[in-house]
Design a protein around this ligand. Structure first.
Ligand code: UDP
Ligand code: MG
Length: 316
């Protein structure tokens, strides 16, 4: 009876080419599970999601699963991206777990606070965000770009939790709710706050990556940020509208000026200004079209309703 009453915890870990850190990560996470034996059920486990790694990540997961049944894994058929890998893991964990914690494979996020997350969940919080109290170990560049990103997001009206990445605990019902958001352009940090359940936060100091390298180089980070903004906010389109209005105003000013010149019979000198403005306006129109195109592209993707991932193997 006692065992049944204890909630089952799944630690969902997306892995893309993480062979260098997996063993170490497993040791740490198993220690976390062992320490919580009195509060969580014995069926609690780590669920690795191999996101189409090109290295031996899946072989390692299979090997770990063979020796310890607290280590489970699913193998996606290709690289579907971090956010989709998380969804794949969460939907799979829903089959057996009551609480799901998502954490990166590199353990930059302090895994020991999972304990606090579970306690907060038991107090009735459906979502517990892991929030970085300091970014001292991040490079100056990563820190600045990330902070600019959070500010930009909130300027654009997208609700995100400051300094929170994808390290969080979610209850069964909040995951079920999340899965009802069927969009393909996934930005979980924007979606989860929309769910509206009772939330809490735990703070931790972010560590350095244990081994291997970041899977988010600048280009991927920029496209992630752009995705986040265009998936959740019409801010960019509004900016284009305001820019268009400003241009009309300027054009009106120029027209008035030209009319005055004609009345005063002053020759309009030089074509430079005219040519310049043609080029400038054309540039702006093209940028605007590009942004509008981005939204249309997303509508297009949404209407396809493609599956987000396909699971190739399971070791549960
Ligand atoms: N990841 C993934 N698929 C990808 C890219 C990354 O599953 O296409 C995983 C990666 O293995 C890690 C997590 O997402 O567990 C976060 O990546 P990383 O630590 O490299 O990002 P950073 O902390 O540098 O932003
Ligand atoms: Mg990392």
């Amino acid at each position: 009876m006692e065992i049944k009453d204890k909630p089952c915890l799944a630690i969902v870990v997306p892995c893309y080419n993480e062979e260098l850190v997996l063993e170490q990560t497993t040791e740490h996470l198993i220690a976390v599970l062992d320490n919580m034996n009195s509060v969580i059920s014995s069926g609690s486990r780590i669920l690795y999601v191999n996101d189409g790694s090109a290295d031996s990540t899946w072989d390692i997961i299979e090997r770990l699963h063979a020796v310890n049944k607290r280590i489970a894994g699913i193998n996606l058929s290709g690289n579907c991206g971090h956010q989709n890998a998380l969804i794949a893991g969460l939907s799979t964990a829903l089959r057996f777990a009551d609480y799901m914690v998502t954490i990166d494979a590199d353990l930059q996020d302090d895994e020991t606070v999972i304990n606090d997350m579970v306690h907060l969940a038991q107090e009735g919080h459906d979502i517990v965000y892991g929030v970085r109290s300091s970014r001292a170990t991040d490079t100056w560049f990563k820190r600045t770009t990330a902070q600019t990103f959070y500010r930009l997001m909130s300027r654009m009206g997208v609700k995100t939790v400051y300094n929170h990445a994808d390290y969080r605990l979610m209850s069964r019902r909040s995951v079920e709710a999340l899965l009802r958001y069927e969009e393909r352009n996934l930005f979980l940090r924007g979606l989860v706050p929309l769910l509206g359940y009772r939330t809490a936060q735990v703070e931790y100091a972010r560590k350095e990556r244990q081994a291997g390298e970041s899977k988010y180089p600048l280009t991927k980070m920029l496209s992630f940020a752009f995705d986040g903004i265009t998936s959740f906010s019409m801010g960019l389109v509004h900016m284009v509208l305001w820019l268009g209005a400003l241009f009309l105003l300027i054009a009106t000013g120029i027209t008035i000026w030209v009319i005055i010149c004609i009345i005063q019979q002053k020759a309009i000198t030089g074509w430079t200004s005219l040519i310049l403005s043609i080029w400038f306006c054309s540039g702006c129109i093209l940028i605007s079209l590009g942004i509008v195109g981005e939204y249309i592209g997303k509508i297009y993707m949404e209407t396809k309703h493609r599956p987000r991932y396909n699971i190739k193997d399971e070791r549960l």
